[in-house]
Design a protein around this ligand. Sequence first.
Ligand SMILES: CC(C)(COP(=O)(O)OP(=O)(O)OC[C@H]1O[C@@H](n2cnc3c(N)ncnc32)[C@H](O)[C@@H]1OP(=O)(O)O)[C@@H](O)C(=O)NCCC(=O)NCCS
Length: 172
Amino acid sequence: MSEESTNPVGKPTAYSRVTLSRIMTAVDVNLYGTVHGGVLMKFIDDVAGAAAARHSGGTAVTAAIDEIVFSEPVRVGDLVHAHAQVNWAGRTSMEVGVRVVSQRWDTAEEEPVRVATAYLVFVGVDVAGGPREIRPVLPETPQDERRFREAEIRRAHRLARRQAIQQHRGTP
Ligand SMILES: CC(C)(COP(=O)(O)OP(=O)(O)OC[C@H]1O[C@@H](n2cnc3c(N)ncnc32)[C@H](O)[C@@H]1OP(=O)(O)O)[C@@H](O)C(=O)NCCC(=O)NCCS
C-alpha cells in the first residue's frame, strides 16, 4: 500500500474548483417557458461530480443531495455558469458546494444573477464500487474556512436525521 493511501496528503480547497458553462435552449424549458429544475439538477450534479473527482483523484459517486435552492428562474438564451468546490472531506465522503449564476441573454453587461445553490455528498469509490479513503481538504481563505465549518454543521444534521429515522423505523 502506498504512503498516500494510508496517510493521504491534503489538497487546498481551490484545487477542486471547477466551472461548467452552457447556454440554455428551447429543449430545456418547463411548461411555463423557463428552464426546467431537473435540467439544472443534472447540471449541478455534473459539475459537483467533476469537483469531487478532482479532489479525490479518482471516481466518486453522488451519495446524497440534501439541499438545492432555486432562487431565480433561468430563461432560454441565458449563459449559465455552475461553480463547484469541495468544501469538506471526511474519511471517504466529501461535501461539494455548487453556486449557479445566470448571465441574462438580454442584459449581458450586467452582473450574473445567482439562480441556484446546492450542497451534495459524494463518496470516493474503488474499482469494486466500495468507499475508498480520500485525502483531506485544506481550507486556505477565511471564506473556505467558513464553508468548511458550515459543511460540518450540515453533515452533523444529515447524519443525525438519518439516525433518527432509522431509530424510528427500528432499523440498525
Ligand atoms: C455511496 C456509497 C458508495 C456509500 O456506500 P456505503 O457502504 O453506504 O458506505 P458507508 O456507510 O461506509 O459510508 C461512506 C461515507 O459516505 C457517507 N454517507 C453515506 N451515505 C450518506 C448519506 N446519505 N448522507 C451523508 N453521508 C453519507 C458516510 O458518512 C461515510 O462518510 P465518511 O467515510 O467520510 O465518514 C453507496 O451507497 C453507493 O454506491 N450508492 C450509490 C451511488 C450512486 O449510484 N449514485 C448515483 C450515480 S453517481
